[in-house]
Structures are given as structure tokens and as C-alpha cells.
Design a protein around this ligand. Structure first.
Ligand code: HAM
Length: 420
């Protein structure tokens, strides 16, 4: 073991589990790609104020969890704690919204950083795949995103997840509700910090997990009862569209998200096999974010699905992904001359697009055949001195066990014949 370990709250992705992560990323992004979302990649760090303004000064993410740094040049940066603010920043900077084709639909995949209390399912470095639809106010867009996320989880074989749905209202109705909630909260028996939170961001108090607080919140006013007519109609349309698509969801009038930019539609995908860190993905509409970071009004909606927790959810449900073996052909050479010949054939097969591996390290036949087995390859190529003398390479179908000698020039065709 080395003197060094992965930092607290982080872990390494290593084979074979790492293949599951890749498959999860692929399955999620496949849904976005199939719906016209284009790939976007932004830097791993940004001006710290992008997140302070975008995600919200009073959120845990900004006050407690950001990895901030000052560069040698004096710039104040933060490792990105989430993707939405960055993606919107990038779209605005590239003037994508001015090209007359709103909404701009983008997907992304990458690492995010939050200095959280590390525990199972909650890491300081984690991965998300996200999708954002920028610049359109259309309930069908909210519905599209919820349906795509649902389809991503389904395509992976997940079943034990639930979709929680809420509306957080807009700048007309939310302030009225906020006041009503604040008045209610002021009358409760709460500790000082919670009371302070009630003044700055009362909706966050609804999310307090402590039983003694939850008990007092039973009669709290609900935003649902304060939605203005426009927000109510919008929400009803989103609900109707996803219902028509056969997507089952639960109305959760107390669903509040940990980021301040949300308006109207908000949702979370929770998995029942994950314990406390049950949210495998979440998102919603953020109609005011563009203006908050200095852009024009651009109503938008999106989600980010957590790759780490999705893998944990698959493990919790015992779902084994059907991952095809990455190696199709494994070449086993005994002796120097055979090594030279087969190494050349390996290159030839790879150039022909066939995934091929080689018995490196000069092992004997037994050890090399073990490697061939472990690789999951359909075909093993074997050549020793006797084969060379006869001018052949042995081609073994690892599925049927059949083996036959093939002339080196006919190898590619023989391999293709077996692989189909
Ligand atoms: P979020 O709910 O903060 O939303 O994160 C989305 C998902 O990322 C979570 O549901 C969870 O699966 C995963 N995640 C978050 N923090 C951690 C962690 N510390 N360890 C492991 N997984 C984690 C956002 O980030 C928004 N940007 C989503 C969005 C996109 N809203 C609109 N567009």
C-alpha cells in the first residue's frame, strides 16, 4: 500500500465496479441525447460569486460546503458544487440563447465537490449527469425532463424509486406564502439557529429532519394553498402530461430543495433502499436564475441525477447490468517467435475494430489461459512453437470449447466468422 489514501469523503472507481459507473452515465445521457440535448462541458471551477448568487447565499452548499480557493493571481474561485449555474453561465457567455432556437437543450456529465459530512451515499467528490432546457416556459418541457429521468432509471432496471413532485410558485405568489410561513414559524418553540433560518429562508425549515421540529410543522401552511392561478394551471398541466405518459409520482407539498434558484416545478427521485441519503436525482424549474447571474430573463428547467447513488441503488436492488465483455479476442503466445507473430495479429485485429488483448508478461500457457478466461473474451488465439512450425494459429471458441488451426492470413475472417 502507498503512504497515501484517497482524501476523506472520496473514493476511487476501479474495475470491475467502474464499468457499472460508465454504464450508468451512458444510460442517463442516452435519454438526454435521444431528446435533442447537446453535450456541454464547463470548467471544474468557477468564480465563487457565480454559486453564491446562483445557488443562494443562505444555502448550506454556499455557506458550509464550497471548496473555495484564491489563485496566485488573486481570483476567488470555487470547485463547482453543482452544474446548473455553470451551464447557464456557459450558454449565456456563448450567446446560445440569441441564436433563435429556444429552448437551448444541453446535457453534461462530470465531477462535483461539496465539503459535506461524509457518510454512506454522501461524498465530497461525486458525479452527476445533468440536463438543462434553457429559455422556454412550457409545461411540456418540465414533463419531458421528468419522463426522461424516469426512463433513464427504468432502462437501468431500477424499480424501487419514487418521484416526489411539488411547485414552489413564482415571484408573485411565493412572497405571500413566505410571509405566512414566517408568521407561523415565529410562533413555534424553535432553537435560535432555526429561528434565524426562518427569517432568511423559511422554506428550508420545512426540510428540517429533526422529529421535534417536524412535529411542530404538521399544521404549517402549505405553498400549494397559496399558488397563484398561473402557477396552479402550469402545475396541473405538468401533472397531466406526466400522468398521460404513465409516469407515477407523488405530490409532496413539503418538498423543498437545497438550492435557492427554484421556481414552480420541483421534483426529486428518491430510492427506498438507500437509507438517509435517498435522493438519487433531483431538479426543477429556475425561471429567475439567469437574471440572478446578470443575464436576461430566461425561464429554464433541468435535473441532475447522481451517478454514485444510482449505482448504490442498483446494488441495493440487486440489479446486475448486462455488461458485454469488453474484450472479444485474447491472444496467448508461447515463445518469442509466437509472441512476435501474435502481437502483430493483435494490432491487425484492433485496427479492424475488434477488441483484442494479449498475454503480456511472458506467462506460461496455463497462466495465460486463465487470463483469457478472466477477460471474458469469446475467442482465444493460441500459438506455440509447434503451431508456428505448421504455419497455423489455434483459434478457440471459448463458448463451445471448439478449437481449430487457422492460417495467419485467414485469421481475421475466422475471427469475424465466430463473432458474427
Ligand atoms: P442536487 O439535488 O443538489 O441538485 O443534486 C442532484 C443529485 O446529485 C442528488 O439527488 C444526489 O443524487 C447527487 N448528490 C448531491 N450531493 C451529493 C453528495 N454529496 N454525494 C453523492 N451524491 C450527491 C443539483 O445539483 C441541481 N443542479 C439539479 C438541477 C439541475 N436543477 C435544475 N437543473
Amino acid at each position: 500500500m502507498s503512504t497515501f489514501q484517497a482524501p476523506k469523503g472520496t473514493y476511487d472507481l476501479i474495475p470491475p465496479r467502474s464499468a457499472v459507473f460508465l454504464a450508468v452515465r451512458d444510460a442517463i445521457s442516452a435519454q438526454a441525447r435521444s431528446a435533442g440535448y447537446g453535450y456541454v462541458e464547463t470548467p471544474g471551477f468557477e468564480d465563487v460569486n457565480l454559486f453564491a448568487r446562483g445557488v443562494g447565499e443562505s444555502t448550506d452548499i454556499v455557506t458550509k460546503e464550497m471548496y473555495t480557493l484564491t489563485t496566485k493571481g488573486g481570483d476567488q474561485l470555487a470547485l463547482r458544487p453543482e452544474g446548473t449555474a455553470s451551464v447557464l453561465r456557459a450558454a449565456l457567455q456563448a450567446n446560445l440563447h440569441k441564436q433563435g432556437n429556444l429552448p437551448v437543450k444541453l446535457w453534461y456529465s462530470g465531477s462535483y465537490y461539496r465539503y459535506e459530512r461524509a457518510q454512506a451515499g454522501r461524498y465530497r467528490h461525486f458525479s452527476q449527469v445533468g440536463a438543462e432546457a434553457i429559455g422556454a416556459e412550457d409545461p411540456a418541457l418540465d414533463a419531458e425532463l421528468i419522463i426522461l429521468a424516469d426512463q433513464a432509471y427504468r432502462s437501468l432496471g431500477l424499480r424501487q424509486y419514487r418521484i416526489l413532485l411539488n411547485s414552489l410558485g413564482d415571484k408573485e405568489c411565493r412572497p405571500v406564502y413566505r410571509e405566512a410561513l414566517q408568521t407561523f414559524l415565529r410562533g413555534l418553540d424553535l432553537d435560535e439557529e432555526t429561528l434565524r433560518r426562518a427569517e432568511i429562508n423559511p422554506l428550508r425549515v420545512l426540510d428540517d429532519k429533526r422529529p421535534d421540529v417536524q412535529k411542530q410543522l404538521v399544521d404549517a401552511p402549505l405553498l400549494r394553498d397559496y399558488l397563484c392561478d398561473a402557477c396552479k394551471a402550469y402545475h396541473e398541466e405538468v401533472r397531466a402530461l406526466i400522468t398521460a405518459a404513465g409516469v407515477v409520482f407523488e405530490d409532496d407539498p413539503k418538498l423543498v430543495r437545497g438550492l435557492d434558484y427554484y421556481t414552480r416545478t420541483t421534483f426529486e427521485f428518491v430510492h427506498d433502499g438507500l437509507g438517509a441519503q435517498s435522493a438519487v436525482g433531483g431538479g426543477g424549474r429556475y425561471d429567475g436564475l439567469s437574471e440572478m447571474i446578470g443575464g436576461p430573463a430566461l425561464p429554464s428547467v433541468g435535473w441532475a441525477l447522481g451517478v454514485d447513488r444510482t449505482v448504490l441503488a442498483l446494488e441495493a436492488e440487486g440489479v446486475e447490468l448486462d455488461l458485454p465483455a469488453t474484450t472479444s479476442v485474447f491472444a496467448v503466445a508461447i515463445g518469442e517467435e509466437a509472441r512476435r507473430l501474435l502481437f502483430g495479429k493483435v494490432t491487425e485485429l484492433r485496427r479492424a475494430g475488434i477488441a483484442t488483448d494479449f498475454s503480456f508478461g511472458g506467462k506460461g500457457l496455463k497462466g495465460s489461459m486463465k487470463d483469457a478466461n478472466r477477460s471474458g473474451a469469446r475467442i482465444a488465439l493460441v500459438a506455440g512453437e509447434r503451431d508456428l512450425a505448421e504455419g497455423v494459429i489455434q483459434v478457440k471458441d471459448m463458448e463451445s470449447g471448439e478449437q481449430r488451426p487457422v492460417a495467419p492470413d485467414a485469421l481475421l475472417d475466422a475471427v469475424r466468422g465466430i463473432l458474427g
